[in-house]
Design a protein around this ligand. Structure first.
Ligand code: NDP
Length: 479
């Protein structure tokens, strides 16, 4: 029997200096907000205090929007070539300071350093490089006269990929000549505030990037501000719907990237070991904290038992614990509220009749943790098969024919992504053609590239981020 115990290998925190308290970044500098309300931001893996962030009020939102309006006058008149240079500068600074960002992301958000260092940060830099490359080619691609930037864009992002979601939003907005007011999630604001530091370092003109912290009320104030020209939102379907209602009848652009319940379809002719690894990657390596997490495993009946045996064995080797330990596979859940939500849905899965398997790992005493969990004997009607869980919880369903796999996979109000596992190329194409999902991976999962558009079908939202489509989301027809 292989021993999976390793010695600890903890990433040092010394590289990061966290202030006791943060102000908003507006008009090119950190400024005293009007609001006197601050909240603590803690590390979800230890519950230790990290810093205080402001809950911005109406006046603060107004100040940020005004700053972005003034910034727009300058930014719009900067040459595309200049804008490109600024974005390249940001991309290079991110690379230079990536270790600092990765440690802070893991401390503040709970995700393993392996993920923040090897996935999030390289992707963040890649997005800035990619859109920097586009900034001076937009005129050539679409014709200079036909499209123009929206102006001031309000960007509201969630806690699962704090800095990466910032990159997905800020880089294309700036490349197309817009200015931004960005609000990170209240539990994970620190890397966005460190990014503000980078904007100062890169000499981004004042008012072009404004970062204000706050809660849902602050988000809603941004959405409802009279001078906002576009909103780009990533988060829950519930809040996405509220935003859409608020903007009805207003001349404000909108893109929504919302929830998901991705299906990973494994056919009997798949390379089983590779598929087990891919399924583990699709749900557990990111703690299920992605809207595109492959949280529904669809197994062809004939391979069900063999697959589950191998999967459970692999799950037992997953290491849950300190996010700063380089050997950790699964870090902390982002907040107590999120942990409660996961627990509630898992309890419901058990009472509905699902068979639960959890690994034998020991969970740390402090912080918010959830064991890697697998459900079998699940009916498509159970809430664990329908609702987005956002935790390391995988639900298994079975099918007999490819047609049935498609029916089950599409039987959801979401449609963000899906995976297909088979050795037959023709089956990949047949299946992908019929799946209602924005992204379909074949014999792999969770692979991202800034050049590839990402976004949803149905209640997973609309609009695309990444690639040329992502640029178009920040441009509108010249009137
Ligand atoms: P929310 O949709 O509540 O939050 C996303 C962002 O919107 C945060 O910055 C949040 O602020 C802000 N916000 C909250 N309420 C409003 C509002 N009324 N108007 C404008 N902005 C608002 O998602 P949660 O973080 O609470 O996660 C809940 C669920 O959403 C998850 O369990 C998951 O199912 C789904 N989700 C999907 C994501 C995706 O990538 N598609 C990402 C994250 C969550 P604050 O955090 O400060 O409250």
């Amino acid at each position: 029997m292989v021993n999976w115990e390793y010695s600890e290998s903890i990433e040092s925190q010394d590289i990061v200096s966290i202030k006791d308290k943060y102000q908003n970044f507006v008009n090119g500098k950190f400024q005293q907000p009007n609001s006197k309300k601050y909240i603590d931001t803690i590390s979800p893996s230890s519950e230790e205090f990290l810093s205080k962030i402001v809950i911005s009020n109406e006046k603060d939102v107004d100040t940020a929007v005004q700053s972005a309006q003034m910034g727009f006058e300058k930014w719009e008149n900067t040459t595309p070539h200049e804008r490109s240079k600024y974005l390249f500068k940001l991309a290079r600074l991110i690379q230079e300071r990536s270790r600092e960002f990765a440690v802070l992301e893991s401390l503040d958000g709970g995700k393993p350093i392996k993920e923040s260092r090897d996935f999030d940060l390289p992707q963040v830099a890649a997005n800035f490089f990619y859109f920097a490359g586009w900034a001076d080619k937009i005129d050539l691609s679409w014709g200079a006269k036909s499209l123009k930037p929206y102006g001031v864009v309000g960007q509201i992002i969630p806690w699962n990929f704090p800095l990466l979601m910032l990159a997905w939003k800020v880089a294309p907005a700036l490349a197309t000549g817009n200015t931004v007011v960005l609000k990170p999630a209240e539990t994970t604001s620190l890397t966005a505030l460190l990014f503000a530091d980078l904007c100062e370092q890169a000499g981004i003109p004042d008012g072009v990037v404004n970062i204000i912290t706050g809660d849902g009320t602050t988000g809603s104030l941004i959405v409802n501000h009279k001078d906002i020209n576009k909103i780009a939102f990533t988060g829950s379907t519930q809040v996405g719907k509220l935003i859409q209602k608020s903007l009805a009848g207003r001349d404000v652009g909108l893109t929504l990237e919302l929830g998901g319940k991705a299906a990973n379809i494994v056919y009997e002719d798949a390379a089983i070991d590779q598929a087990v690894e891919g399924v583990v990657n699709g749900i557990f390596f990111n703690q299920g904290h992605v809207c595109c997490a492959g949280s529904r495993l669809l197994l062809q009946e004939s391979i069900h038992d063999e697959f589950i045996t191998k999967l459970e064995k692999r799950m037992q080797t997953l290491r849950v614990g300190n996010p700063l330990d380089k050997n950790t596979d699964i870090g902390a859940v982002n907040s107590k509220e999120q942990l409660n939500k996961i627990q509630e849905l898992v309890n419901e899965g058990v009472s509905d009749g699902g068979k639960i398997f959890q690994t034998e790992c020991e969970l740390p005493g402090n912080g918010f943790w959830f064991k890697p969990t697998l459900f079998t004997d699940v009916q498509p009607s159970y809430s664990i098969a329908r609702e987005e869980i956002f935790g390391p919880v995988l639900t298994t369903l079975t099918f007999r024919t490819p047609q049935e796999a498609i029916e089950i996979a599409n039987n959801t109000e979401y449609g963000l992504s899906a995976g297909i596992w088979t050795e037959k190329g023709s089956k990949i194409l047949w299946t992908a053609d019929r799946l209602e999902a924005g992204v379909v991976w074949a014999n792999t999962f969770n692979k991202f590239d800034p050049a590839s558009p990402f976004g949803g079908y149905k209640e997973s939202g609309f609009g695309r981020e990444g690639g040329r489509h992502g640029l178009l989301s920040y441009l509108k027809a010249e009137s």
